[in-house]
Design a protein around this ligand. Structure first.
Ligand SMILES: Nc1ncnc2c1ncn2[C@@H]1O[C@H](COP(=O)(O)OP(=O)(O)O)[C@@H](O)[C@H]1O
Ligand SMILES: O=C(O)C1=C[C@@H](OP(=O)(O)O)[C@@H](O)[C@H](O)C1
Ligand SMILES: [Mg+2]
Length: 477
């Protein structure tokens, strides 16, 4: 069974008034997919309104609905499809949804649904009592069709990406790790000491072993990977569960991508960076002596379990690294995510990243926006021999990118929230590293710019001299 909407249609099911049509259109925009509202498509093809079709008898409407659903779901290009509230009553449509789509149930309180549709002239929303009874009657069918559940726009995106955000989710791993097969945990050695037992207890008898890996970047080494490959015992139906920060999820995800030509994996990020960024989107990698992330694979985790509760034990310096990505994400989205309470901030950022990655899973274009400021950050990190904390490097990188964008408002946010401080590194080494960066093509580096918050532009050619000057401004002698 599909675990996410990657490469398949994203179908929205749910009762009348849940917002399938309204939110479906917005989700499609975020995922850069075509949007099809099944009812509108039926009206377009038949030249009659849904109400008129109903007036000729519900069974006639259902027959047309089933036929149009089959057609829409047969299309090769993955779309967002808002179903009508009764479409999943058809056994044939449910089967086609399982084959061709990932179905998210949009949940709604009956009172709210009734208030929304009572005066809209919908054929099955004429009398409140009948409306409520119909929802009760259909609930089991909705539950059977649902592969994910949501209540709002971000919830739909998160479900579509297989990302589960909930405080206390760590205790629910047995339910949240798809399937029933054995699980091997790959954990950061520090995190294993703090949260490892909780994860093991939650998994119960599915937990077969825990492999500890070095904390931080040291985990992303070929030697560590080889040790892990040799130690793994699961078969091809098993699951690797990564418990730790972005370095742990990068390593464990790559192990999962390669072990036995690929096994399923679940990411349980325990750092702010991991929860808002690294664990989402299927990029996995290890480092070579020549550079970071030089060997890797796109291997989307079957689930990402985000429990903001585990951040309580996160050291302040690690939190600061994460805040740089939070500020970056908020600026990209055009919303002050950094002002939100932690759980909500994590959810909003995770949803932003999930949408961008679903729209461009293999990093062919739009996903590049996530690199805002990172071309500079990576150059400074390399010149500092990777001794510079990532958050500090990203804060400085944002300063450079935003200056080049002429975005003073966003610059003020970065100064206030991240207090970036210039670094002492070798200027020529930093420049050489920037020129080597994979985003630099030919002579003029291509950057992500953000003239207006919420409207990033990627692949923008910026004159070499301006880029060099922006980099130099981040460095003190
Ligand atoms: N999240 C929401 N908040 C407030 N109103 C909404 C929301 N979603 C939908 N609506 C409104 O509720 C009504 C029903 O929405 P619609 O998208 O047609 O639902 P559905 O397609 O699930 O029946 C519309 O008037 C719409 O504007
Ligand atoms: O629940 C239903 O049986 C129906 C829901 C409607 O779509 P919405 O859910 O968008 O209102 C529409 O397909 C038709 O009126 C029947
Ligand atoms: Mg609708």
């Amino acid at each position: 069974m599909a675990a996410n909407a990657l490469g398949r249609h994203l179908a929205l099911a749910g009762f009348m008034g849940a917002g399938k049509t309204t939110l479906g259109e917005r989700v499609a925009q975020r995922l850069r997919r075509p949007f099809i509202d099944l009812d509108r498509e039926i009206e377009r093809r038949t030249g009659s309104t849904v109400a008129d079709l109903f007036a000729r008898g519900e069974s006639a409407f259902r027959a047309v609905e089933e036929e149009v659903a089959a057609d829409v779901l047969a299309a090769a290009e993955p779309a967002v499809v808002a179903l009508g509230g009764g479409a999943v009553l058809s056994e044939a449509t449910r089967r086609r949804l399982r084959e061709r789509a990932f179905t998210v149930l949009l949940e709604i309180e009956p009172d709210v649904a009734w208030q929304r549709v009572r005066d809209a002239g919908r054929p099955l929303a004429q009398r409140e009592e009948a409306f409520r009874a119909l929802l009760d009657e259909r609930q089991p069918v909705y539950d059977a069709a649902a592969q994910g559940r949501a209540r709002d726009l971000d919830g739909i995106v998160l479900a579509a990406a297989g990302v589960h955000v909930q405080i206390g989710a760590l205790d629910l791993l047995a339910e949240l790790v798809p399937g029933a097969a054995p699980v091997e945990i790959v954990a950061d050695a520090n995190v294993a000491g703090i949260h490892g037992v909780t994860a093991q207890l939650a998994l119960g008898d599915r937990d077969v072993a825990t492999h500890e890996v070095p904390p931080g970047e040291a985990a992303k080494a070929i030697a560590v990977l080889e040790r892990l490959w040799r130690a793994l015992r699961i078969g091809r139906d098993g699951t690797i569960l990564a418990l730790g920060g972005g370095c742990t999820t990068d390593l464990a995800g790559f192990a999962a991508a390669t072990y036995m030509r690929g096994v399923a994996w679940v990411a349980v990020p325990t750092t702010l960076v991991g929860q808002v960024d690294a664990a989402i989107g299927g990029k996995t990698a290890v480092d070579l002596p020549g550079g970071k992330n030089l060997v890797g694979a796109f291997h989307w985790p079957t689930r990402v379990v985000i429990d903001a509760g585990v951040l309580e034990t996160l050291p302040a310096a690690e939190r600061a690294n994460g805040m740089a990505e939070v500020v970056k994400t908020g600026l990209l989205a055009g919303e002050p995510f950094w002002e939100l309470p932690e759980h909500e901030l994590v959810r909003r950022c995770a949803a932003y990243k999930a949408a961008v990655c679903l729209a461009d899973p293999h990093d062919r274009g739009p996903r590049t926006v996530l690199n805002l400021g990172h071309t500079f950050a990576h150059a400074l990190e390399a010149a500092a021999g990777y001794e510079l904390p990532h958050g500090r490097a990203v804060a400085l990188g944002l300063v450079a990118a935003l200056r080049l964008s002429g975005n003073d408002e966003a610059l003020a946010v970065v100064s206030r929230e991240l207090a970036p401080e210039p670094v002492r590194v070798d200027r020529d080494a930093a420049w050489a590293a920037l020129a080597r960066d994979k985003k630099a093509r030919g002579r003029s580096p291509r950057l992500v710019l953000l003239e207006r918050s919420g409207e990033p532009r990627f692949g923008v050619e910026v004159p070499v001299a301006e880029v060099r000057a922006a980099l130099d401004d981040l460095i003190v002698d």
